[in-house]
Design a binder for this molecule. Structure first.
Ligand code: HEC
Ligand code: HEC
Ligand code: HEC
Ligand code: HEC
Ligand code: HEC
Length: 185
C-alpha cells in the first residue's frame, strides 16, 4: 500500500472506528487534545424498554471526542490530491503559500503590507489545512493565536493595549495584512 493511501486509511479508522485505546493514539497524532475515552465511564443510554441504545452510546462518545470540529472543504470531500501528490509519498503539490492561493484570494494583491507569517507563507502556523476545533480552521483561539509568536509581556505593556483585557487581537488587527505596518482593520 502506498503511504498516502495508508495514511488515508488510518484517518478513516480514526474518524469512523470505535473508540479503542490504539485508535486514540492515532487521533492524537492528527489532533492533540482528544480526551481519553476510558475516563468517560457510565454513558449507557437506554431505550424506553430499558435496552441499551447502541446508536446513542456511539453518538455520545463521538460527541465527547469531537465537541465541535470544523473541516476544510477539500479535506472533508477527501480531495487529498488537490494538495498532496500521491506519487511522491504524499508530499505537497505546491509550496506555501502558493498552494493556498490556488483556491483563495492572493493576499499580496489585497494588502499594501503583509503580516510577517503571511508574507513568509506560514499559513499553517495559524490554520490547520485539514480540521480544527476552532472556527476558520484556527489552531489556537483568542489571544493565544497571536501570543504564540508575539511576546505577551511586550505586547500587553504597550499603551495601546492597556485596556484590551481578553479582547481578540483580531478585533483591531487584520491577521493577514493592512495599509501600514500595524495591520489595523
Ligand atoms: C488544502 C490542502 C490539503 C488537503 C485537501 C489535504 N491536506 Fe494534508 N496537509 C496539507 C498541508 C499544508 C500539510 C502540512 C501541514 C504542516 O506543515 O503543518 C499537510 C499534512 C498532512 C499530513 C502530515 C501530518 C500532519 O497532519 O501534519 C498527513 C498525514 C496528511 N496531510 C494527510 C492528508 C489526507 C489523508 C488528506 C485527505 C483526506 C489531506 N491530507 C488533505 C494540506 C492538505
Ligand atoms: C483545492 C482548493 C483549496 C485549497 C488548495 C485550499 N483551500 Fe481553503 N478552502 C477551500 C474551500 C472550497 C473552502 C470553503 C469556502 C467557503 O465555504 O466559502 C475553504 C475554506 C478555507 C478557510 C475558511 C474555513 C471556514 O471555516 O470558514 C480557511 C481558513 C482556509 N480555507 C485556509 C486555507 C489554507 C491555509 C490553505 C493552504 C494550506 C488552503 N485553504 C488551501 C478550498 C481550498
Ligand atoms: C497570524 C495568524 C494567521 C496567519 C499566518 C494566516 N491566517 Fe488566515 N485567518 C486568520 C484569522 C484569525 C482568520 C479569521 C478571520 C479574521 O479574523 O479576519 C483567518 C481567516 C482566513 C480565511 C477565511 C476567510 C476570511 O478572511 O475570513 C482564509 C481563506 C485564510 N485565512 C487563508 C489564509 C492563508 C492562505 C494564509 C497564508 C497565506 C493565512 N490565512 C495565514 C489568521 C491567520
Ligand atoms: C507565526 C508567528 C506569528 C503569529 C502567530 C502572529 N504573528 Fe504578528 N508578526 C510576526 C512576525 C514575524 C512579524 C514581523 C516582524 C515584526 O515586526 O515583529 C509580525 C508583525 C506583527 C505586527 C506589526 C508589528 C510592528 O511593529 O510593525 C502586528 C501588529 C502583529 N504582528 C499582530 C499580530 C496579531 C494580531 C496576531 C494574531 C492574529 C499575530 N500577529 C500572530 C509573527 C507572528
Ligand atoms: C483595541 C484595539 C487593539 C487590540 C485589541 C490589540 N491591538 Fe495591537 N495595536 C493596536 C494599536 C492602535 C497599535 C498601534 C498602532 C500605532 O502605533 O499606530 C497596536 C500595535 C501593535 C503591535 C506593534 C507595536 C507593539 O506594541 O509592539 C503589535 C505587535 C500588536 N499591536 C499586537 C497585538 C496583539 C498580539 C494583540 C492581542 C493580544 C493586540 N495587538 C490587540 C490596537 C489593538
Amino acid at each position: 500500500m502506498k503511504l498516502s493511501s495508508l495514511l488515508f486509511f488510518v484517518l478513516l479508522m480514526s474518524l469512523f472506528g470505535c473508540s479503542s485505546q490504539s485508535q486514540i493514539k492515532v487521533l492524537s497524532f492528527f489532533f492533540d487534545g482528544v480526551p481519553n475515552p476510558s475516563r468517560e465511564v457510565g454513558v449507557h443510554p437506554t431505550d424506553t424498554l430499558g435496552r441499551k441504545d447502541t446508536t446513542a452510546i456511539k453518538q455520545t462518545t463521538m460527541g465527547k471526542m469531537f465537541p465541535r470540529l470544523f473541516f476544510h472543504a477539500p479535506y472533508k470531500a477527501q480531495e487529498c490530491s488537490s494538495c498532496h501528490d500521491r506519487t511522491r509519498m504524499g508530499k505537497l503539490n505546491n509550496s506555501l503559500p502558493e498552494l493556498c492561493y490556488q483556491c483563495h484570494d492572493d493576499f499580496t494583491t489585497k494588502f499594501k503590507v503583509l503580516h510577517g507569517p503571511v508574507g513568509g507563507g506560514q499559513c499553517v502556523m495559524c490554520h490547520s489545512p485539514h480540521q480544527s476545533m476552532n472556527e476558520k480552521l484556527l489552531i489556537r483561539s483568542g489571544q493565544a493565536l497571536c501570543l504564540y509568536c508575539h511576546n505577551s509581556e511586550t505586547v500587553l505593556a504597550a499603551k495601546e493595549h492597556q485596556d484590551i483585557k481578553d479582547a481578540n487581537c483580531t478585533d483591531c488587527h487584520n491577521p493577514h495584512g493592512g495599509d501600514d505596518r500595524f495591520i489595523l482593520r
